[in-house]
Design a protein. Structure first.
Lengths: 111, 119
């Protein structure tokens, strides 16, 4: 069940900046649980893109950045590239559900 | 290089059973909590189950509790998910994923295996 809400799609031309929002509640992001982001090309293994709200794992380009505030979070892609076309999901933990919860997903299209 | 190679998906009738496997390599398997996460068609991912590094601490999502059993064999670097009493709503791509003990993000994921429950 997708407890975190994301826009279904965002698009941008190569080189542009796009942002993806992730809206949660007081039982997950608002409680202080970290937000993480994943990049997923259908048919492949999802890839951890950002963890701990704003930390990039080794090998993730610095054009990906993220932030968290109150009950929401956002992922920014600065300098969009063709290979960034994929689905992106946010994820946190929900204390009411005692579950790891994911976002509804956002498809990024490079025009 | 971390690799999680999955097997065992397929088509099964409602009420049937299926066992998924996930073979790990490239990291110290016995140090990690292992998880199953699924994604139904057109939906976001859903956490299914977790098993601690020693196989003692086990958790399930309410939607699968009592029907699914997670297990691991640290000697074989393998994770399993036994799925019984399958329902149409269990249809999804199932992923195994690592999680460092104490963290709440999923570091590495398998390629996924499709489970279709249909008559």
């Amino acid at each position: 069940h997708s407890v975190l809400t994301q826009p279904p799609s965002v698009s941008g031309a190569p080189g542009q900046r796009v942002t993806i929002s992730c809206s949660g509640s007081t039982s997950n992001i608002g409680t202080g649980f970290d937000v993480h982001w994943y990049q997923h090309l259908p048919g492949t293994a999802p890839k951890l893109l950002i963890y701990g709200n704003n930390i990039r794992p080794s090998g993730v380009p610095d054009r990906f950045s993220a932030s968290k505030s109150a009950t929401s979070a956002s992922l920014a892609i600065i300098g969009l590239q063709a290979e960034d076309e994929a689905d992106y999901y946010c994820q946190s933990y929900d204390s009411s559900l005692s579950d790891y919860v994911f976002g509804t997903g956002t498809k990024v299209t490079v025009l | 290089e971390v690799q999680l190679v999955q097997s065992g998906g397929g088509l099964v009738k409602p009420g049937g059973s299926l066992k998924l496997s996930c073979a790990a390599s490239g990291f110290t398997f016995s140090d990690y909590t292992m998880n199953w996460v699924r994604q139904a068609p057109g939906k976001g991912p859903e956490w299914v189950s977790s098993i601690g590094s020693g196989g003692i601490y086990i958790y399930y999502a309410e939607s699968v509790k009592g029907r699914f059993t997670i297990s691991r064999d640290n000697a074989k670097n393998s994770l399993y998910l036994q799925m019984n009493s399958l329902r149409a709503e269990d249809t999804a791509v199932y992923y195994c994923a690592t999680r460092r003990t104490g963290s709440d993000n999923f570091d590495y994921w398998g390629q996924g295996t499709l489970v279709t429950v249909s008559s």
